[in-house]
Ligand binder design. Structure first.
Ligand SMILES: Nc1ncnc2c1ncn2[C@@H]1O[C@H](COP(=O)(O)OP(=O)(O)O)[C@@H](O)[C@H]1O
Ligand SMILES: [Mg+2]
Length: 381
């Protein structure tokens, strides 16, 4: 290698060369192996990708660090023996029980005499990019379907209002016969349900443009808490909030965001109600976004905040995790399967991302990442 690498000792004050500084903060995972395949450099993105601190891998052989991904050491040997770089597209990198789709490049490194001195491995995480592409495709299908559904919903809206009105009139004029009143109540109740469904369909298919203004996310969450506390017995539902009061404003439509958080919280409560003994605990966190997948998704230095809604229900099965955001996907007998689809649409209209994770040992974590409001810059002539 042209220049020896500074060993990574946390907190060490050794001078760091410019290129090493760049590699440390490079967006993709960069791993440098010595001639014997031992890890001599492991940047921050490598730690995030493998969820392993560098102190645990430095000095260990590649095959020990990645026993489930033998292709890495195979690429290293090929680069060393053939003295050539190699790139492999869509590869599965396995780390413990996780599997990440990656693109891997391995470049041999030479010393001053031209002898092989090790290899540089760059691992690019493709999973987030794939998820974005899938989401874009899904949004396109949804947009087409949405126009059709919205047209239909619009046609159904007025007759429904007519039925509801007629049922109410009928109820007033009926003699005091309880059994007949029951029928008009059923008509009213069922038209209400249908109207709610129609409104959801319209919101999904032809959503209102958000009215954006700089707001504090905690103000929106406070409204959500008021609604949840009004609807739930405090002995049965304990809502624990961990808010970071220093969070800056976001540019958002407070009504739409309130709906997002309410949908997520209600799903969490549904999941726990079926499986946990009361009081059930709903945890809501707010913090600055640190996930580099989100931070790298936009051009420029855009910062995000994150609202986390966590429950201790049974969690979402990994097989259906991708489907829960699809319209009409529901596992509930009285569900519409539109809540998460609408929530995702609203969040992406705000330039953010909504993601679902399994919590350990069980439960679900819903993360809403939203861009921070940036004051318009005054232009100086
Ligand atoms: N917090 C959660 N825990 C477990 N499953 C969940 C959670 N949130 C959503 N789901 C699953 O996703 C499905 C879709 O949710 P949603 O779109 O809100 O529709 P609905 O609530 O009408 O079923 C639910 O039926 C449920 O199976
Ligand atoms: Mg729901």
């Amino acid at each position: 290698m042209a220049e020896p690498l500074t060993p990574h000792t946390p907190g060490s004050r050794q001078p760091v060369s410019l290129w090493e500084h760049v590699l440390r903060h490079f967006m993709d995972a960069v791993i440098v192996l010595g001639a014997d395949s031992s890890v001599v450099f492991f940047n921050q993105a490598s730690e995030e990708l493998t969820r392993t601190p560098r102190a645990k891998v430095l000095g260990r052989l590649c095959e020990e660090v990645f026993p489930e991904s033998p292709y890495l050491v195979e690429m290293f040997r090929r680069a060393r023996d053939l003295r050539q770089s190699e790139t492999r597209g869509e590869q599965k990198l396995r780390i413990g029980d996780r599997e990440v789709t990656v693109r891997t490049t391995c470049v041999p490194l030479f010393d001053h005499e031209g002898e092989i001195d090790g290899a540089l491995i760059v691992v690019q995480d493709l999973s987030y990019q794939q998820a974005l592409e899938e989401r874009a495709n899904r949004n396109q299908t949804l947009a087409r379907l949405g126009t059709l559904v919205a047209g239909l919903a619009h046609e159904v809206r007025n007759p429904l209002a007519g039925i509801k009105g007629a049922a109410q009139l009928l109820a007033h004029r009926l003699p005091d016969d309880e059994s007949l009143r029951e029928y008009t109540d059923v008509i009213s109740h069922e038209t209400d349900r249908l109207s709610a469904l129609v409104e959801d369909l319209l919101q999904l298919g032809a959503p209102a443009k958000p009215t954006l203004e700089p707001i504090n996310v905690h103000k929106v969450l406070q409204h959500v808490l008021d609604v949840l506390r009004a609807e739930n017995d405090p002995d049965r539902l304990d809502i624990q909030c961990h808010f970071d009061p220093s969070l800056p404003d976001i540019l958002a439509d407070s009504g739409q965001l309130e709906q997002v958080f309410l949908n997520l919280a209600k799903n969490a409560i549904d999941a726990m109600r079926e499986n946990c003994t009361p009081p059930i605990i709903l945890k809501i966190f707010t913090k600055m976004e640190t996930d580099y997948h989100i931070l790298r998704a936009t051009e420029g230095a855009q910062n995000y905040l994150r609202v986390e809604i966590n429950d201790t229900g049974p969690g979402i099965d990994p097989d259906i995790l991708d489907h829960v955001f699809e319209p009409f996907y529901t596992t509930k007998s009285n569900g519409t399967g539109l809540g998460l689809a609408i929530a995702q649409r609203i969040v992406s209209d705000h330039g953010g991302a909504l993601r679902a994770f399994r919590a350990k040992p069980h439960g679900t974590k819903m993360w809403v990442s939203l861009p921070i409001y940036r004051e318009p810059q005054e232009t100086t002539q």
